[in-house]
Design a protein around this ligand. Sequence first.
Ligand SMILES: *[C@@H]1O[C@H](CO)[C@@H](O)[C@H](O)[C@H]1NC(C)=O
Ligand SMILES: *[C@@H]1O[C@H](CO)[C@@H](O)[C@H](O)[C@H]1NC(C)=O
Ligand SMILES: *[C@@H]1O[C@H](CO)[C@@H](O)[C@H](O)[C@H]1NC(C)=O
Length: 285
Amino acid sequence: MLFRFVTAFLLLGCGLSDAILRVELSAAQRAKLSDPASLANKKLDNRVVNGFDTPLGQAPYQISLQSMYNEHMCGGAIVGERHVVTAAHCVYGYNPIYLRVATGTVRWQQPDAKYFVEEYWVHCNYNSPDYNNDIAVIRLNDSIVWNDYTKPIALPTEPLANNTKVLLTGWGSTEYMGDTPDVLQQASLTYVNYTVCQEEMGGDIRNGVGHMCTLTHEGQGACHGDSGGPLVANGYLYGLVNWGYPCAVGFPDSHAYVYYYRDWILRTMSGPCKNCHCYASNYGV
Ligand SMILES: *[C@@H]1O[C@H](CO)[C@@H](O)[C@H](O)[C@H]1NC(C)=O
Ligand SMILES: *[C@@H]1O[C@H](CO)[C@@H](O)[C@H](O)[C@H]1NC(C)=O
Ligand SMILES: *[C@@H]1O[C@H](CO)[C@@H](O)[C@H](O)[C@H]1NC(C)=O
């Protein structure tokens, strides 16, 4: 279901919770790996080889998107009293009745609260072109109750400067082929802008201006995250985990750039908007 239109593959051996689209390297990218000047081969002082446990309350916007059978499926972020954003491939094709949003916790199995999904909207150009516009807005059937562990995160009003540190949080595997951790993991990553990212990725056509790239390396970054999981800088939600190359290499990972989708998110949240989406969970409006 997740991969109806894409040729990506999941890391084998990982459960749903490790869901992050993996794309294969092009010939040019493989050649680049032998270039010692490539960032993929550079030692970065900010790398986090292993993720760290996240203290309760540090990422109060984090949600665990779950099935009605209490399985963790994806990450996401609270952006309003009734609204959550996640990756489109996390919800696409699911009946909203099947979905739950768990909040206020660093332990996905022990949520502070769980909400039902009333409806969701997938971006109109999801996966068109391939791997682009992988973003969705979820509307809950009840208002989220705020507390110290449950708070919304603001949408960015300014683009992010190259080389800014961003915090990735997720319940994705902490190691290649590893299990889903109980406690929310985090990693500090470095944002690289579109120009720099395309240079590093060797002009990958799957990467567009609606993406946000973070540097990663073996065992780091989105290896730890899961699809839909939030990337935050300066108190703003800047990204949602979309896809990456296999963990073992070191090319940047690519996420939905929330700054780019700000207007779409706001219009989708403010009510029925015929031009905002091509796929709504109720197939109507
Ligand atoms: C939300 O949906 C659930 C399941 O259908 C229902 O039990 C609950 O009463 C609903 N809440 C509201 C506020 O409508
Ligand atoms: C952008 O940031 C990256 C990562 O720190 C750095 O290697 C690169 O030189 C920067 N590029 C520009 C043009 O500032
Ligand atoms: C990326 O950052 C570099 C250095 O700050 C800048 O020269 C370049 O214009 C930026 N590119 C984009 C797409 O913002």
